[in-house]
Design a protein around this ligand. Structure first.
Ligand code: CA
Ligand code: CA
Ligand code: CA
Length: 505
């Protein structure tokens, strides 16, 4: 019975079980733990910064998610559970790594309301550290989601958010949003232009929840105060990218256009025919969405931008390549059909589709990439159900925690099973493919790239189901610019696999 296969043979052996006494068995533990050390040079499996892009894309990522919301959505993520615990952050970081995002744009709705409270961003920094992400690989930018400003003004002051009132602005905007964001995200992670951290600000429509009043001749003064105060506290002056409507509409403040701390303006998008915008004021700033459905009017065609099997997003990316930077809404936003995470929902051609689009344009040189085995697009699995029960919402692929506190692996592999990543972007050049695996005995796998069989590779025993090692599967694989499928076939099975690292030689 396939479902019984591996009940005893595939139990994980935590390294600590080897270490009965740290003092007596120190040498033995060291030698055992070394079994799992990388057999290939660290440089061969270290991400390089994305390079060659004509713009800087940044993924606006919400973190107010809860499983019951996602479960009710038609755009379920591949990953479970969607509840903002450490695993949730690990998965988000792994997805952003695979997309080679240079900047992850994290929203704040303030400490007062609790929905996207910026002190939660410590979870992101912890996940960066677990994944070995360093600030040269990915930066974090601040997005002030104004949705709660009016709510807080009503709650604290029993009146709309008043741009003429600097004390109100200081408390709600700086004390409850900006300060906790920048106090939680250490400064080495801040996305900067010319050394200045960038703060994007969403709209201040007077009809926003709770209300917003007195924009004219006041919004620009509040921004100047915020820049001055930020500089006093953090020793550096920020740049602002406000919402264009808050400047250009009759109710807005046109003097914001000339504010020296404003780097540019963000134009957002609008259904049904505007999935991307570029605003050219001081600098060209873009916004792109993969699709949109107004959750309050989900069947009104004027409130929908269809995904069109990904072409909406792809065309938007191509149309904004000449910007200083482009905001992408929104990585986890299933509520409005903007989600870009891995999903096998209708509207995605395959789970990693949107991630791969971003990889292509974030990192056109495609010098390094990392494909998580558990996040493959398709697979052959001979046992019914997910034996380990981890990571995926459904399906038969067998997945468990790696046991070293860093993600998941495919396990319970049998001869003839396989995993495949679809549409991975390569540049011109020769590539090397490296596998992180564990196996108690000697095993064999076979790599297939762009349909080309690269032969059987012998995997030496690593000494246990969770003793990890790395091995080059193939070198000098000549690729031409474009996308290709990467498939790993388990010739003998009984091999756990964590990821495939790909590097241009
Ligand atoms: Ca299975
Ligand atoms: Ca299996
Ligand atoms: Ca993995």
């Amino acid at each position: 019975m396939n479902t019984l296969y591996g009940v005893t043979r595939h139990l994980k052996s935590p390294p600590s079980t080897h270490c009965l006494s740290k003092t007596i068995l120190a040498t033995l533990c060291l030698s055992l733990s070394n079994v799992g050390e990388a057999a290939v040079p660290a440089a061969d499996i270290t991400l390089l910064p994305p390079s060659g892009s004509r713009t800087t894309f940044m993924s606006l990522s919400g973190y107010d998610v809860h499983e019951h919301h996602a479960a009710a959505s038609s755009e379920q993520p591949l990953f479970k559970s969607y509840n903002r615990d450490a695993d949730w952050w690990d998965n988000l970081v792994a997805e952003q790594i695979q997309a080679r995002m240079p900047v992850i744009l994290m929203a704040s709705r303030g400490t007062g309301e609790g929905n996207m409270n910026p002190i939660e961003l410590s979870g992101l920094i912890d996940a960066f550290n677990r994944a070995g992400v360093t600030p040269n690989i990915m930066k974090v930018a601040c997005f002030l989601d104004t949705a709660n400003w009016g709510i807080r003004a009503q709650s604290i002051y029993s009146q709309p958010f008043d741009l003429a009132n600097n004390n109100m602005f200081a408390r709600i905007v700086f004390d409850e949003n900006v300060a906790p964001w920048f106090n939680t995200v250490p400064s080495q992670w801040w996305y900067r232009i010319n050394g200045r951290p960038v703060i994007q600000i969403w709209g201040l429509n007077p009809a926003m929840t709770g209300g917003c009043i007195n924009h004219a001749n006041n919004y620009t003064n509040r921004l100047t105060w915020l820049a001055n105060h930020f500089e006093v506290v953090y020793g550096v002056r920020p740049y602002f990218v406000p919402d264009k409507a808050s400047v250009d509409e009759f109710w807005g403040d046109s003097s914001v256009r000339n504010n020296p701390d404003v780097y540019g303006l963000n134009g957002w998008f609008s259904p049904p025919n505007e999935p991307w915008t570029v605003v050219d004021h001081k600098h060209r700033i873009g916004t792109v969405i993969p699709g949109y459905v107004n959750p309050s009017h989900p069947t009104n065609p004027n409130q929908i931008i269809p995904r069109n099997n990904g072409s909406t997003f792809y065309n938007g990316i191509v149309s904004t390549l000449d910007t200083s930077f482009t905001l992408i809404e929104g990585w986890t936003n299933y509520q409005e059909s903007n989600a870009l995470y891995r999903s096998d929902a209708p509207g995605w051609s395959y789970p990693n589709q949107y991630i791969n689009y971003l990889q292509e344009f974030n990192d056109p040189d495609a010098r390094t990439m990392k494909l998580e085995a558990e996040a493959c697009d398709t697979y052959n699995d001979f046992s019914s159900g997910n034996y380990g029960g981890k990571f995926r919402r459904g399906g038969d692929l067998d997945i468990q925690d790696t046991g070293d506190g860093n993600g998941w692996n495919v396990g319970w592999t049998q001869a003839g099973e396989s995993i495949r990543h679809i549409g991975v972007f390569f540049a011109n050049g020769n590539y090397r493919f490296t596998l992180r695996y564990s196996a108690p005995g000697n095993q064999q796998v076979r790599l297939r790239v762009k349909g080309q069989d690269l032969g059987v590779v012998n995997l030496p025993a690593t000494g246990g189901w969770q003793n990890w090692d790395t091995i080059h599967l193939a070198t000098g694989v000549n690729m031409s610019r474009g996308v290709a499928d990467v498939e790993l076939i388990f010739v003998t099975g009984d091999t756990n696999v964590d990821w495939i690292f790909i590097k241009k030689e």
